[in-house]
Write a protein that binds this ligand. Structure first.
Ligand code: C2E
Ligand code: MG
Ligand code: MG
Ligand code: MG
Length: 281
């Protein structure tokens, strides 16, 4: 392209855009094969009671090991999967795998699975959940589906109906990354969530003593209590952050301070160890 056409701009920007688009296209192609090539697996991050430190369950987090590029973060490939209409098969694989792996965990140990908005706009998702439970033998009340506020942003009547039918199966729902999206409190009264997950950004601010995030966590805790819901503080990395969210009344905590997401064998071992200690105590 000549300088006359773009004032020199295109020569510097176009190649970059081109590379990004090309990288995207290649990643998308590779992602299409990730399932059949067995390149996905799940890690499980412990969720613990804020006061006792007892394990209550795990959140399943998907991992993709690309044959050449190595492990790619879900923060990168889940949005890609959503755009490429691959989220339905990937999400179904995550759900079935998490239910199967969690079914053998002891006692009431729960498993939480992240669900993309797109999955909830498909009425067939209800029977996928039912069949994942039936095939694995996992009791419905030990499965929790995490949805974000973005589910309610576009025409939400379809998604709300799907969520209602999922609740009818006895599965729990939690509202993920609370406070980061378009907050409208209306859907909190319309849909029966068990847990509100308070985003890490508030945890960080609160532990620094910033007034607004402290006020927001306090208000969310009161709101949750009055609606019969619990609260989980996300991304707790330090003892100070733990102390702060515990003081503010959060029910559960999750974060690197307690544990990184674990390979399935380590999660299973932890669940059994906790189960034994609790039985003795
Ligand atoms: P999320 O659901 O909010 O999951 C929590 C993320 O925070 C995870 O990142 C977890 O590893 C990270 N995290 C946990 N504790 C800490 C901490 O103390 N400090 C910091 N800095 N980070 C912490 P991950 O595994 O990279 O997942 C990123 C996001 O990708 C998830 O955020 C979720 O939105 C999405 N995701 C992951 N797995 C799935 C899936 O199977 N399906 C869908 N639809 N989305 C998924
Ligand atoms: Mg989550
Ligand atoms: Mg979250
Ligand atoms: Mg978050």
């Amino acid at each position: 392209r000549s300088k006359d056409a773009g004032g020199g701009k295109f020569t510097s920007y176009e190649p970059q855009l081109h590379v990004a688009a090309e990288e995207r296209r290649l990643l998308e192609q590779a992602l299409r094969k990730a399932l059949s090539n067995d390149e996905l697996h799940l890690n499980y991050q412990p969720v613990v009671n804020a006061d006792t430190g007892h394990l209550t369950g795990f959140e399943a987090l998907v991992r993709w090991t690309h044959p050449e590029l190595g492990v790619i973060s879900p923060a990168k490939f889940i949005p890609l999967a959503e755009d490429a209409r691959l989220i339905a098969p990937i999400g179904e694989w995550v759900l079935r795998t998490a239910c199967a792996e969690a079914a053998g965990w002891p006692g009431e140990t729960r498993v939480a699975v992240n669900v993309s908005p797109e999955q909830l706009h498909n009425p067939g998702f209800v029977s996928i959940v039912a069949s994942a439970l039936a095939n694995s033998g996992l009791p419905a009340h030990r499965l929790e589906l995490e949805v974000t506020e973005s589910v309610f942003m576009r025409d939400d009547t379809g998604a709300v109906k799907v969520l209602e039918r999922i609740l009818g199966l006895g599965v729990r729902l939690s509202l993920d990354d609370f406070g980061t999206g378009y907050s409208s409190l209306g859907y909190l009264s319309r849909t029966r969530f068990s847990t509100i997950k308070i985003d890490r950004s508030f945890v960080i601010g609160a532990a620094k003593g910033v007034a607004e995030p402290i006020a927001i966590i306090r208000a969310v805790v009161v709101l949750a209590q009055s609606l019969g819901m619990t609260t989980t503080a996300e991304g707790v990395e330090t003892a100070d952050q733990h102390r702060m969210v515990q003081d503010l009344g959060c029910t559960k905590v999750q974060g690197y301070y307690f544990s990184r997401p674990l390979p399935v064998a380590e999660a299973r071992a932890l669940a059994h160890r906790e189960g034994r200690e609790r039985a003795v105590a």
